[in-house]
Design a protein around this ligand. Structure first.
Ligand code: AMP
Length: 394
């Protein structure tokens, strides 16, 4: 059993909280603060209960070296704006000064530590480093879902130094939607897949052949399946290394619960930087063109499947949504999920690109859950036990 935040008496406690502030930055400005906003309620709850909060996170992959471009200073400033309060900052997560600051903060105050990955020991799950991190708090709360599939010092090693340890509201919500809702799912269950890569979604597909009633295989990855059926797909994206896996999935589906559905038409062009040349049936993609978005017939069919479902899980955009010309399929699926959530469906969005797409269309608050983890969400959905959760079990 993992304890949640409500089980702790937080008054006058110093909480060491692992958060995932690995946000996209452009010239020192945060371009998407989704991961910060996702933990604001947890931080506020702790402060309201009379606790002091020490926050620790990684940002990017500095590989054990100090890199000013990956400093958490802009993140601290942005968080201070969101919370409308000052935040103390230390430029090294394990220095004497940093520890003094943590020991000196009062109830209602926040102390943010500099990027954990400026020390190699973080990703090595080093025991000495874990012990030094643990000195910052009396209660350990993990709220970093994005790294839950990694066994690092700040989410695994550190935990053994705490009697009082648990998960925050965000981790609880991720578990509820990505794990519990598929233990005894409300049926019919539809899994919508898209994007470019198949290998990262392979275990998910294999597990859901039995969990889902329908699996829609769309986006760029659909072409590898269509090619595996023996069809020509023009210049569309193909992963030759995955043709055997696609064939295996199609064969396995015959003896399993899930029905596989593919797009029947595509918006095609010469490349993703040029305007669409037209909509073509999946059997008639000209050899000089590539499919870059799903066409209107596919959109209508997918919408019908979505509206007749009770649980929908979506991972992977329907097309090259980053380009306006090829964003329609992804946009309409976002809208459909948003509408069906109002009708009582459970709608879950996973994967970094899909979550970013849903946010760019303004539907992040209209679906049941948008996961903050990419790899972590895929592993949890694939039925794997994530090290960060195992470490918190008591
Ligand atoms: P993934 O990380 O596997 O979910 O892939 C996400 C990427 O897939 C996005 O950057 C999309 O632009 C890309 N994508 C989606 N559909 C297509 C397509 N039909 N052709 C090429 N790339 C695509």
């Amino acid at each position: 059993m993992i304890k949640n935040l409500h089980t702790f008496d937080l008054k006058d406690k110093r909480i060491l909280m692992r958060v995932d502030f690995n946000v996209p930055l452009n010239n020192g400005r945060i371009t998407d603060d989704f991961r910060l906003r996702a933990v604001v309620p947890t931080i506020q709850h702790c402060l309201e209960q009379g606790a002091a909060v020490v926050l620790m996170s990684h940002l990017g992959r500095p590989k054990g070296k100090i890199d000013d471009d990956m400093s958490l200073i802009p993140v601290g400033e942005h968080l201070a704006d969101l919370l409308e309060m000052p935040i103390k900052f230390s430029d090294d997560c394990i220095s004497e000064d940093a520890l003094d600051t943590s020991l000196g903060i009062s109830a209602g105050e926040i102390h943010l530590l500099e990027n954990l990955r400026f020390h190699n020991e973080e990703t090595l799950n080093d025991s000495q480093f874990s012990m030094l991190l643990a000195k910052h708090g009396e209660v350990f709360i993990n709220e970093a879902f994005g790294t839950a599939h990694r066994a690092h010092a700040s989410n695994v090693g550190v935990v053994h130094h705490f009697k009082q340890k648990g998960m925050g509201f965000l981790m609880e919500k991720e578990l509820k939607y990505l794990k519990d809702s598929f233990d005894h799912p409300r049926r019919p269950v539809t899994l919508i897949l898209g994007g470019a890569k198949i290998d990262t979604k392979l275990s998910l597909i294999l597990r859901f052949l039995n969990k889902a009633d329908t699996i829609i295989i769309s986006g760029g990855m659909a072409f590898t399946f269509i090619k595996a059926k023996g069809q020509i797909v023009g210049g569309s994206l193909i992963d030759e290394n995955m043709i055997a896996s696609a064939t295996h999935i199609m064969n396995s589906a015959k003896n399993n619960r899930a029905k596989l559905i593919y797009p029947s038409d595509f918006v095609c062009s010469k490349n993703m930087d040029s305007k669409p040349k037209g909509v073509y049936s999946w059997r008639e993609i000209p050899k000089e063109l590539m499919g870059l978005d799903i066409g209107p017939k596919s959109i209508e069919r997918f919408k019908k499947i979505i509206s007749s479902s009770k649980t929908v899980l979506w991972n992977g955009p329907m097309g090259v949504f980053e380009k306006e010309f090829y964003s329609e399929g992804t946009k309409v699926i976002s809208e459909a999920l948003s509408e069906e959530t109002e009708n009582g469906q459970i709608t879950i969005v996973g994967g970094g690109d899909t979550a970013a797409a849903v946010r760019s269309f303004g539907h992040q608050d209209n679906v049941s859950h948008v996961s903050t983890g990419g790899g972590a969400s895929l592993e949890l959905l694939s039925g794997e036990t994530l090290p960060a959760f195992s470490a918190l079990e008591s």
